[in-house]
Design a protein around this ligand. Structure first.
Ligand code: 6CS
Length: 380
């Protein structure tokens, strides 16, 4: 009995210890599992809740901006002033809208000629364009005032100030464009205009006699050169290099950066620093489309247009300076700076063309031009 009891005692003890050990391991493993789960759940919840906060913030920033794509056409090539303007504009709009507004920038020829682009903007097949008034001459008569030689101050910075602040341009002229469904949101300079020529330099009005001069499509630009007895020919700049090379035309006018970047210096003998005019570009939008924009987006467009004025002024200045240095140092073109006396002889002829504008071109008897001239008295 005693032996039996001892055996039972030892068996019971071993069983008790084994069960206890198993229970202890099981408990540990359960606890571990629970701990892992609990930590996992906690951190997932935390991440989820962070994610939610992030997306709430994103939505708060741009609650009303629907993703949209706009087309922005220019009359120039990558790297040139109008093109880099459009690119920078597109970047700023993308950033401000947190990627909701994507602007596709088109270089010259990407969607047609300069005059095709005017039609596309008017019809609304493109939303935005950088446009030269010289290509709207047959549509908005008043816009031809930019063709008048020696109209703006000689200093490009002062001209930029006039372009930014003039009511005649930013209100009155804008209204005339809006009759054609085009809103110029800003006017800005691409630099002073210079003449280039083959055969002989252009230093007096007489030097233009029978000179085949390439011009944009504006009756007033034609008139300005007929005044010097030249033969102006309308032409897209896409055909100009070949026309200069083959002698179809003898010369042209453009800002320095454009003369060099389009390689006209390779096919021209002389570059006259004439500063006879200022190359004005307009940031334009299709009026109906612009007026239909959400107010938040419209404000973004206006704000960006305003910011870009200083940016593009610096950019054209940089390009015009660098390309002049390039032509001075690395090209065969002869550079002649017109004297004030020489410029005066042209100025006297050019001032007469203002009456032609008032009497034959303008539908308002030159009211916008005269208002602009009054405004500019403050800048002399
Ligand atoms: O001469 C032209 O027609 C071209 N010139 C400049 C500076 N920009 C575009 C334009 O079409």
């Amino acid at each position: 009995m005693v032996i039996f009891n001892k055996k039972i005692f030892w068996l019971a003890l071993v069983l008790f210890l084994t069960l206890g050990l198993l229970a202890a391991c099981g408990g540990d493993s359960d606890e571990g599992a629970e701990g892992d789960n609990s930590n996992g759940e906690d951190s997932t919840e935390e991440e989820n809740s962070n994610d939610n906060n992030d997306s709430d913030e994103d939505e708060d920033e741009n609650t009303s901006i629907e993703p949209q794509t706009w087309r922005f056409v220019t009359e120039e090539e990558p790297g040139q002033v109008q093109y880099v303007y459009a690119e920078e504009f597109a970047n700023r709009m993308a950033e401000k809208s947190d990627g909701a507004i994507e602007i596709e920038v088109y270089e010259f020829g990407g969607l047609g000629s300069e005059t095709d682009q005017v039609d596309q903007l008017m019809q609304g097949t493109v939303e935005m364009a950088v446009m030269s008034p010289g290509f709207t001459g047959n549509m908005v008569a008043e816009g031809q005032l930019f063709a008048l030689h020696f109209l703006f101050p000689d200093d490009v910075g002062t001209t930029q100030e006039v372009l930014e602040n003039s009511e005649a341009l930013n209100v009155d002229l804008r209204e005339r464009y809006e009759e054609h469904n085009i809103s110029p949101l800003a006017f800005w300079t691409e630099g002073g205009m210079q003449w280039t020529s083959n055969g002989h330099p252009l230093q007096t009005p007489e030097d233009f006699e029978n000179f085949q001069m390439r011009v944009q499509t504006s009756p007033l630009i034609m008139e300005s050169y007929e005044r010097y007895n030249a033969n102006p020919q309308e032409m897209s700049w896409g055909e100009l290099y070949t026309a200069l090379d083959r002698g179809t035309v003898d010369g042209q006018e453009n800002p320095i950066f454009f003369i060099a970047d389009a390689s006209f210096h390779e096919v021209q003998d002389y570059l006259m620093i004439s500063n006879h005019n200022n190359y004005v570009a307009m940031t334009t939008v299709n009026t109906e489309w612009y007026e239909g924009l959400d107010s938040e987006v419209q404000e973004m467009v206006d704000e960006t247009t305003e910011e870009m004025q200083e940016w593009i002024y610096e950019e054209q200045d940089r390009q015009n300076t660098e390309f002049l240095e390039f032509m001075e140092e690395d090209s065969d073109i002869e550079i002649i700076e017109l004297t004030e006396e020489e410029r005066d002889a042209f100025r006297q002829e050019a001032v007469e063309v203002r009456d032609f504008y008032r009497n034959e071109v303008s539908e308002l008897d030159g009211a916008i031009l005269d208002k602009l001239l009054d405004e500019m008295e403050d800048y002399q």
